[in-house]
Design a protein around this ligand. Structure first.
Ligand SMILES: [Zn+2]
Ligand SMILES: [Zn+2]
Length: 303
């Protein structure tokens, strides 16, 4: 099953993922890391009523708590599958390459899992057989990328495999464009930087583009780890109908979604939080830095 990102995401697709590897966090006490989660949950921001055009206005999704998440049997890292791979497709400017390197670092911090940025591959074959001209620019047919470059081609040791295209994407002839496409059961996806940079990436819109790349990458790879759309609080896993809604969502996972990811990956919560805060601070992502810092302050005060 293939799914256009953030517009027709069928979260049921993730239910068939396979439980593998260790069960280090089966203990409910460990699963909750209660002192950490007690400290940060007051920083959850309640969702406001959706307005026309918002994702939740037209999608009535069920809340996935920790119990439901465990029941979904998400894939878990193990000795032979514990690396996230990002693969650029096409030609990227030097500033775009910098953004890709930084998003690799961000994904590695977010999931506390080795993340590899593969060398960029050419999109000439895709352009030749599965592309079109639209609104004065070339678009690649996303399902072709998924089928020809990604499915069953995850590098050795990979647990999730995401391509990032320089060119714009479309899912089928009747659509104008798509931000990305994924097969969550196969844990592969393709996204595009094209629409995240408001035309052309420069120093003026760099921070906005980096924030969007970090948001979309962590959201889509989060789906590959069976995280459903979040309807509990303001969260990077909130569903989104487009860039304006994505821009309103934080990089932070709400406390409930953090419990799920922590149950799965068993990282050090405080170390992850400190690294997320440091990443945002050093890249001047002011709003998200303040959000992570508020959590860090709460955790430090509780100790
Ligand atoms: Zn989604
Ligand atoms: Zn959440």
């Amino acid at each position: 099953m293939t799914i256009p990102y953030r517009s027709f995401a069928l979260t049921v697709a993730v239910l068939s993922l396979i439980l593998t590897a260790s069960c280090a966090n089966e203990d409910p006490e460990i699963a909750h890391d209660s002192s950490y989660f007690n400290a940060i949950e007051d920083n959850d921001i309640a969702l406001t009523a959706p307005e026309a055009g918002d994702w939740r206005y037209s999608h009535n999704e069920k809340r996935q708590d920790l119990k439901a998440y465990i029941k979904a049997r998400p894939v878990r890292p193990g000795a032979d599958h514990s690396t996230i791979y990002l693969m650029p497709v096409g030609d990227f400017t030097s500033l775009q390459q910098t953004a890709l390197k930084q998003v690799r670092e961000y994904v590695e911090i977010f999931f506390q899992m080795k993340t590899v940025l593969l060398p960029a591959i050419s999109d000439s074959v895709v352009t030749a057989v599965a592309s079109r001209e639209h609104d004065g620019h070339t678009q690649l047919r996303a399902p072709y990328l998924l089928d020809s470059l990604l499915k069953d081609k995850c590098p050795q040791g990979g647990i999730a495999f995401m391509a990032i295209s320089a060119k714009d994407l479309y899912p089928k002839d009747s659509w104008n464009y798509v931000f990305g496409l994924a097969s969550y059961t196969k844990r592969v996806g393709v996204s595009s930087i094209y629409r995240l940079q408001d035309g052309y990436l420069d120093t003026a819109n760099y921070k906005t583009c980096l924030t969007r790349l970090a948001n979309i990458s962590s959201h889509e790879i989060g789906h590959m780890f069976s995280l459903h759309h979040c309807v509990y609080a303001s969260c990077v896993m909130n569903g989104s109908n487009g860039l304006s809604e994505t821009d309103r969502s934080p990089l932070r996972l709400c406390s409930e979604c953090q419990k799920k990811l922590f149950w799965n990956i068993a990282y050090n919560n405080k170390r992850r939080l400190k690294q997320l805060s440091d990443f945002c601070k050093s890249n001047s992502l002011q709003h998200d830095w303040l959000t992570f810092k508020a959590d860090l302050d709460a955790v430090n005060q509780s100790n």
